[in-house]
Unconditional design. Structure first.
Length: 440
């Protein structure tokens, strides 16, 4: 497989010569993968396991991958260098990662892939492992979308809407959004031998879907480890975070951080305009707005003829900061910790806001982190009406009750994750035969 590159030319020889039978492979592809998987990679290394870091190459530029890898001080042992549209990336991951696993298997190794969340990589890489008879460790397992029962709840009174969202009985299952993430996470689960669920709600989903109870572990979310480390890094030594040198207005807080990148929001003009018009109204009312413009955001600006208007807003309003993705996670965390509210359609940012005690507004019809809304720190603002979205954001702006929402994603999560994996390995392998499962 000539497309795959290796950190060392004698990669397979060296791994084959290792005394350990089990080879743990931490897979990364996107920024959330790097943020959440590197803490587990470090934990495995610290405990003396044979562990490799694999990169699919899905995010390959400096802002989306390179800068963060340097920041975390890691280099992938191999890179699959996938490129193309969604179906091409899926097939390339299965083929190329399947090749790597097959070579290691031929050397007598038992491969344990660690896949993360609801990504394309999780779906395809777990498939590749399963084809060889190896089950994955699914980090951030069981994340399923719940949608508020809009027939029973009204968004006209935002305080009452928040209270409504805090009752688990007011949420329903059945959503296929976000797309394709809900497909990815469900597919990954079928090839998983150890399900590392962030919260009890995710365990509830997994049990209801028939997965073995003794292979589901509620561990928290490793984003907490990465966030805590980043906060220490940017606050230590008295040195100002670099992002505040570039955007000094952010250091004082009192701003909203916008992030719009979900395909279902960026492909629908109605949804995108509802969010965009709410953001524009906030800017024109004098509120400070930071918009992180991602690939799908930029494509939506072009698709809906908004590029010139956005550029004009930047020139006219000093309280509007339009920025590409920042390469260093320390800068991201430093700025997010100062925000008055985060308005996002991201999944991970709902977790990060809980870890940082920053109010969150989720710009979707439902959430695959609904526990953060049930917990009181997050409010759903469906992308249908700009005035309503603006009203929800203004309600959440530095809302002290939302800031007091309990932190629900644990601490020392990476250690708990590896404890769970090691407990399984003491009794057998991650892939469990029916004889083993039944004790026969």
């Amino acid at each position: 497989m000539s497309q795959i590159t290796y950190l060392r030319p004698d990669f397979f020889k060296n791994v084959g010569a290792l005394s350990q039978e089990h080879i743990h492979i931490i897979l990364i592809a996107t920024k959330p993968d790097i943020i959440k998987q590197i803490p587990l990679y470090r934990e495995l290394k610290a405990r003396g396991h044979a562990v490799l870091l694999g990169h699919t190459g899905q995010h390959y530029d400096e802002n989306l991958s390179g800068g963060m890898l340097k920041e975390f001080g890691v280099e992938p042992d191999f890179n699959l260098n996938v490129r193309g549209s969604m179906y091409e990336v899926v097939s390339q991951i299965i083929e190329r990662f399947g090749f790597v696993i097959g070579e290691l298997k031929s050397k007598g190794k038992i491969v344990i892939p660690y896949v993360h969340g609801d990504t394309t990589t999780a779906m395809a890489a777990s498939n590749a492992g399963y084809c060889h008879g190896f089950a994955s460790v699914h980090v951030e397992a069981g994340i399923r979308t719940l949608t508020p029962d809009y027939k029973k709840g009204s968004i006209s009174d935002i305080a009452a809407w928040r209270t409504f969202l805090m009752d688990r009985k007011n949420w329903k299952r059945g959503s296929q959004e976000p797309y394709p993430e809900q497909f990815n996470t469900r597919c990954s689960e079928a090839a998983t031998g150890v399900h590392l669920a962030p919260v009890e709600l995710d365990r509830e989903f997994l049990v209801s879907e028939g997965y073995a109870d003794d292979r589901i572990f509620v561990v928290g979310n490793s984003v907490v480890d990465a966030t805590e480390e980043a906060l220490k890094r940017v606050s230590g030594g008295g040195k100002k975070a670099g992002i505040f040198e570039k955007y000094p207005v952010l250091e004082n807080g009192d701003f909203v951080r916008f992030c719009i990148h979900r395909r279902e929001n960026c492909l629908s003009e109605k949804r995108f305009r509802a969010i965009y018009d709410a953001m524009k109204a906030l800017i024109e009312s004098g509120r400070t707005v930071l918009l992180i413009s991602m690939i799908q955001t930029n494509l939506a600006f072009e698709r809906f003829g908004l590029q010139a208007e956005v550029e004009a807003l930047v020139k006219k309003h000093k309280n509007f900061i339009l920025s590409p993705v920042w390469p260093e996670y320390g800068d991201v965390v430093a700025a997010m910790s100062k925000a008055s509210v985060c308005a996002t359609d991201s999944g991970s940012m709902q977790e990060e806001m809980n870890a940082l005690s920053v109010p969150c507004v989720t710009l979707r019809f439902g959430s695959d982190r609904s526990e953060s809304a049930i917990n009181g720190g997050n409010i759903i603002a469906p992308p249908v009406d700009s005035a309503m979205i603006k009203k929800v954001i203004e309600f959440a702006w530095d809302n002290q009750e939302m800031r007091k929402a309990p932190k629900i994603y644990g601490s020392g999560v990476s250690a708990t994750c590896i404890d769970s994996v090691e407990s399984v390995l003491k009794t057998g392998n991650i892939f469990r035969s029916e004889e083993e499962r039944l004790g026969m």
